[in-house]
Design a protein around this ligand. Structure first.
Ligand SMILES: Nc1nc2c(ncn2[C@@H]2O[C@H](COP(=O)(O)OP(=O)(O)OP(=O)(O)O)[C@@H](O)[C@H]2O)c(=O)[nH]1
Ligand SMILES: [Mg+2]
Length: 346
């Protein structure tokens, strides 16, 4: 039917419904609709019921920023959510130095509730101190890995509690933005070591920081080198190819993977452009607008994180990363219990 209608330019409403139900039947797990419904049952209200419940509950999303010192991690968090999520921002007053984002010195989480068109999002941002400043950077990933695992541990202990909460507070990190310095050369050994450890426990999205320092050719060249280095080191970044089950997701994610790592510019200062307020960085030679596709790829990153993949990031965290943690932790506990049991019998 769809095939025969494709040739027509105008589709009637009833045909449109037929096309949609055919398409929907193909996208569900159960294939074609088997049972003829004689009258209106009201199945179509399920969507609305879920929507209402979800809206009442609100949404949670936890982002972590990781990377070498001074790459603009705290700034980008503010840019991403158009709010002063990272501690003091430089937006309020230029003259007061206390309002400039300070150097981050410890792993710190800040939660904010953001509301847009009646949808409430509890956003937790975990800002981490930049590394790479020290002569010996060995094990600089430990505090970050510890933080991620602690959140899994918290969730697990709530989950296996005899009288558990109706809704377990979710502080697990759903995405880790890994900042790559815009050196133009490639990944540093420390970046590789770091990401190799991170990709086992969290969704890693690598990004090129301070992309305003690279020319267009440098950016493309740099991207290719990073991709090659990630491939050679067998680092799996989000979205992961292995997890794709349907063709539509595969196409969207392949396009995203081609564009990655996104070359971004961060700023939480707004400027007037054609009567509109835009976030950007004002330089002597012009304004770099962070959301302008011609200037950088910040908008692509934001769209993926918030507009298209937020729920998927949470699902992958729950079904893959948390599940791995849970499996290992419960298995280890079982072994300890068995050992104790045998000891007590001896
Ligand atoms: N050129 C350029 N500068 C940026 C960009 N983003 C942030 N900066 C500047 O870089 C400096 C450091 O920014 P922060 O956001 O504090 O960097 P950070 O990564 O959080 O630093 P640490 O907390 O020390 O690790 C500030 O002066 C920012 O204004 C960017 O995209 N391009
Ligand atoms: Mg910082």
């Amino acid at each position: 039917m769809v095939e025969s209608l494709k040739h027509l330019c105008v589709v009637k409403f009833s045909d449109f419904v037929a096309i949609m139900s055919e398409a929907m039947a193909e996208t569900t797990n159960w294939g074609r609709l088997q049972t003829e419904v004689k009258g209106y049952v009201g199945i179509d209200t399920i969507q609305e019921q879920i929507r209402k419940k979800a809206l009442k509950r609100g949404f949670e999303f936890n982002v972590m920023v990781v990377g070498s010192s001074g790459l603009g991690k705290s700034t980008l968090v503010n840019t991403l959510f158009k709010a002063k999520v990272s501690r003091r921002s430089c937006m309020q007053s230029e003259k007061d130095p206390a309002l400039i984002i300070p150097k981050t010195v410890e792993v710190q989480s800040i939660s904010h509730v953001i509301e847009e068109n009646g949808v409430r999002l509890k956003l937790t941002v975990t800002d981490t101190p930049g590394f790479g400043d020290h002569i010996n950077n060995e094990n600089c990933w430990l505090p970050i890995l510890e933080y991620i695992n602690e959140q899994y541990e918290k969730y697990l202990s709530e989950e296996i509690n005899v009288s558990r909460k109706k809704q377990i507070p979710d502080s697990r990190v759903h995405v880790c933005l890994y900042f790559i310095a815009p050196t133009g050369h490639g990944l540093k050994p420390l970046d590789i070591e770091f990401m190799k450890r991170l990709d086992k426990v969290v969704n890693v999205v690598p990004i090129i920081a301070k992309a305003d320092t690279l020319t267009i050719e440098e950016r493309e060249h740099f991207k290719a080198r990073i991709k090659q280095a990630l491939n050679e080191a067998d680092i799996s970044t989000y979205p992961m190819k292995e997890l794709e089950t349907d063709e539509e997701d595969d196409n969207i994610n392949t396009r995203i993977r081609d564009q990655m790592p996104f070359a971004v510019v961060g700023s939480d200062k707004s400027h007037q452009v054609d009567g509109k307020e835009v976030l950007g960085r004002l330089t002597n030679w012009g304004l770099i607008e962070v959301e302008n596709h011609n200037h950088c790829e910040f908008a692509n990153l934001r769209d993926m994180l918030i507009r298209t993949h937020l729920q998927d990031l949470k699902d992958v965290t729950h079904c893959i990363h948390y599940e791995n943690f849970r499996f290992e932790r419960l298995n280890a506990r079982k072994k300890i219990d068995k050992g104790e049991d045998q000891e007590s019998r001896c």
